[in-house]
Design a protein around this ligand. Structure first.
Ligand code: SF4
Length: 339
């Protein structure tokens, strides 16, 4: 990001009056319509494993937390996919912790191949991989990789990640570029809002995005806005209000109009319904954050979701806002690999 663009982005993050914010919100809404039409893409996460070797203080899957650990068998994954498909979803996000011995690349390959038979878009939110590993995952059928830096502040990153491979800040930071070099078509970035001063983290996130966009201009990019609400260890969080979240979304839409902006069920229905009219163009629905959560009930969630509405209720809200729900990712049909 050039210094002047960075400065302009930074201005959008500063304190604004209600009138200024409203003015920018209107511009953001118009730009979203211009680039994405009156549509909202829908996706659903599928948690494959809650096994993890990392000590991330803020996460329910932290190795030190006592909970029933499970990595789904291929049969169980197929059962979950069947339920998801029946609900109408066509865009799936596969998630794991970081336990390469039981839920590594070799475990994922047959699952991705199976998902490929049912879904038009397969995203991965897994541990950072080498370029060679990303190639294997892409060849199996993966279309997108999402990887959050969590926080871009190196000291805070070190404090939040007590042990495990995730302690390596740079290996994680460079993962999106390795995936792009391997030929992935879509990259999702983000940071966990609340771990550190949000302005500093968001500015670094915008810079990271900008560097990658410049170098890999043929790829598609998206930004997610996971806001942490509570943690298993009651760690002290840096406040990020709903107004701050709205301002962040507007700043990204105005500065990166072509980039997909995603809001998950971590947020409550009220704020989600506001944001679909401000700049968000993709949302999740009916999410479960525990492995096997679609076919059985257990309390092994990574985090509690805030928007529990069924899909038909969310579709009704979209239609009331003159937005068309989109389930299929048509762009995957256009190209398999872009490099
Ligand atoms: S955030 Fe990811 S890597 Fe860290 S403990 Fe949770 S599942 Fe493991």
């Amino acid at each position: 990001m050039s210094l002047s663009s960075l400065k302009k982005f930074d201005i959008l993050l500063q304190d604004l009056s209600d009138d200024e914010l409203m003015h920018l919100a209107n511009k953001s809404k118009l730009l979203t319509k211009q680039y994405f039409g009156n549509t909202i893409q829908l996706y659903i996460p599928l948690y494959l494993s809650n096994e993890c070797s990392n000590g991330c203080l803020y996460c329910g899957f932290n190795k030190d937390n006592s909970l029933f650990r499970e990595t789904l068998s291929l049969d169980k994954v197929i059962q979950e996919m069947h339920i998801i498909k029946k609900r109408g979803f066509d865009n799936i996000l596969l998630l794991t912790g970081e336990q390469k011995e039981t839920a590594g690349v070799e475990y994922l390959i047959p699952i991705i191949k199976e998902a490929k038979k049912k879904f038009s878009f397969i995203g991965l939110e897994i541990f950072p991989c080498s370029k060679e590993e990303y190639v294997k995952l892409i060849n199996a059928g993966a279309s997108g990789v999402t990887i959050y830096q969590e926080t871009y502040n190196k000291k805070k990153y070190n404090d939040m990640h007590l042990f495990g491979p995730k302690k390596d800040y740079h290996f994680r930071y460079e993962a999106p570029e390795r995936a792009l070099k391997a030929g992935i078509r879509k990259i999702g970035l983000g940071c966990l809002l609340g771990l550190h001063d949000w302005r500093e983290d968001i500015l670094s996130l915008a810079n990271h995005l900008s560097i990658l966009m410049k170098k890999y201009w043929r790829a598609e990019f998206s930004i997610s806005f996971p806001r942490i609400h509570n943690t298993p260890n009651n760690i002290k969080l840096s406040p990020v209000t709903e107004r701050n979240l709205i301002q962040i979304i507007i700043a990204f839409r105005l500065s990166f109009p072509q980039v997909g902006l995603i809001l998950s069920t971590r947020e409550n229905p009220i704020i989600r319904d506001i944001c679909i009219n401000l700049g968000i163009n993709q949302i999740s629905a009916e999410s479960k954050t525990n492995p096997g959560g679609y076919s059985c009930n257990n309390n092994n969630e990574q985090f509690q979701i805030q928007d529990n509405r069924p899909l038909n209720e969310i579709i009704t809200v979209l239609q009331q806002n003159h937005l068309e729900p989109i389930f299929k990712d048509w762009s995957t049909i256009l190209s398999k690999s872009i490099y």
